[in-house]
Write a protein that binds this ligand. Structure first.
Ligand code: 6MZ
Length: 379
């Protein structure tokens, strides 16, 4: 019997999913822009005559989107958020939004961009992201100092940012994304930048972008180089049916894969044998019509098989979702009780790309939350 069937109130479960500490490992910066910010940016560009505001407004407010429409929208987002200042702003807002959701560790991924007209290079883009992290004031953001030392705001007296008296804290690390549209040289540039910026909190590489664009062979050299240099890698894998590429990706043994909607039985056998953790994005897969109904999602069978899984949002702005919403959706669809939900969120610690010291801190945060629950029950 599910928690809901046992009479657990729907709203109460929703609030509980919001309250528990959570880890977000698959979130694209430009997919997490607030609608209000997008509209504001569009209005400014509209006034300058660079876009037709009414056309853009209609697109931003649209609810259902196919996968192809999502990628058209990303092109629009990239037009709206082109300058350094805006990149810093959307980073700041994304971190604030995840912290408000009680996300205690965030791996934010983004594609470094060159844009000559704005005087932007991949390096300056990334610096703008880091400036955005530094500018957050409403919560304590813990990332890595230029000297490579992890800033630790961890205070054992304020376990996991759960008291209301002090600011919440969120640990943030960055993944640099290679867009499938990029050339091998551009992908290589991103990996070099990630290596250079390791001391500033870059912990890995992601391969993303429109899954029907680009060839595995053109990304492979950069991904191989990243792997040789010890950078963990996560790949968008099987977002569309592409048997050959899925096989090549699994043979590459990435540290994690995202989506995995179109793996066939033999692919699953391999993924399970290799214990590759899967970043599950329920709402994204549903909204982009990767499956006809949420209860058919592969989360169900993987969860039963105890395969390493982590629930993620993908693009909170684009899909109007949040991490607590994803936990609630998983709980109500697959009949998870609170213990299983908390276990699922705690297990994510195993799959983060951050170092062991930070994993230990995260374990302490989750243990403190567990202890608080036990204390609450004994009242
Ligand atoms: C594949 C996706 C994605 O990097 O500009 N992106 N790639 N599948 C998805 N599922 C819907 N959602 C987002 O953030 C936006 C970029 O992330 C990738 C796309 O390349 C998109 O342009 P950044 O910050």
């Amino acid at each position: 019997m599910t928690e809901t069937e046992k009479g657990c109130d729907f709203t109460e479960l929703k609030e509980w999913c919001l309250a528990i500490p959570k880890i977000e490992l698959h979130a694209h910066l430009n997919g997490c822009i607030r609608d209000s910010t997008l509209l504001e940016l569009a209005e400014v560009l509209g006034e300058r005559g660079e876009i037709v505001f009414d056309d853009v407004k209609h697109v931003i407010n649209k609810y259902g989107r196919t996968l192809t429409e999502c990628f058209q929208l990303f092109d629009l987002f990239h037009i709206l958020a082109t300058d350094h200042e805006t990149i810093s702003r959307i980073t700041k807002e994304a971190v604030e939004d995840f912290a408000a959701e009680n996300v205690v560790y965030l791996e934010l991924r983004t594609t470094p961009k060159n844009n000559e007209t704005k005087g932007m290079t991949k390096r300056s883009y990334l610096k703008a992201v880091i400036n955005g992290l530094r500018s957050v004031e409403s919560v304590n953001v813990s990332f890595i100092n230029p000297n490579g030392r992890t800033e630790s705001f961890y205070d054992p007296l304020q376990k996991g940012g759960l008291t209301v008296l002090e600011k919440k804290r969120i640990y943030v690390r960055l993944l640099l994304s290679i867009d499938r549209r990029e050339t091998t040289a551009a992908a290589m540039e991103t990996v070099s930048l990630a290596l250079e910026m390791r001391e500033l909190g870059v912990v890995g590489i992601d391969l993303s972008g429109n899954p029907i664009v680009g060839e595995w062979n053109s990304f492979f050299p950069a991904l191989k180089y990243a792997k040789e240099m010890g950078l963990p890698i996560t790949l968008h894998c099987g977002e569309v049916a592409n048997k050959k590429e899925i096989q090549a990706m699994l043979d590459f043994c990435p540290e994690r894969i995202g989506h995995a909607c179109f793996l066939e039985d033999d692919d699953w056998e391999k993924a399970i044998l290799l214990k590759i953790p899967i970043e599950i994005c329920l709402t994204s897969n549903l909204r982009t019509e990767r499956l006809s109904s949420i209860d058919l999602h592969h989360f169900g069978k993987l969860f039963k098989a105890k395969h390493p899984l982590v629930l993620c949002t993908d693009d909170t702005g684009l899909f109007s979702t949040s991490l607590s919403n994803e936990y609630h959706l998983a709980a109500t669809t697959f009949g998870l009780d609170k213990e299983s939900i908390l276990q699922l969120s705690t297990n994510a610690i195993h799959y983060v790309f951050a170092d062991n010291e930070l994993k230990k801190t995260l374990r302490e945060i989750f243990q403190a939350y567990d202890k608080r629950l036990v204390d609450d029950f004994s009242l």
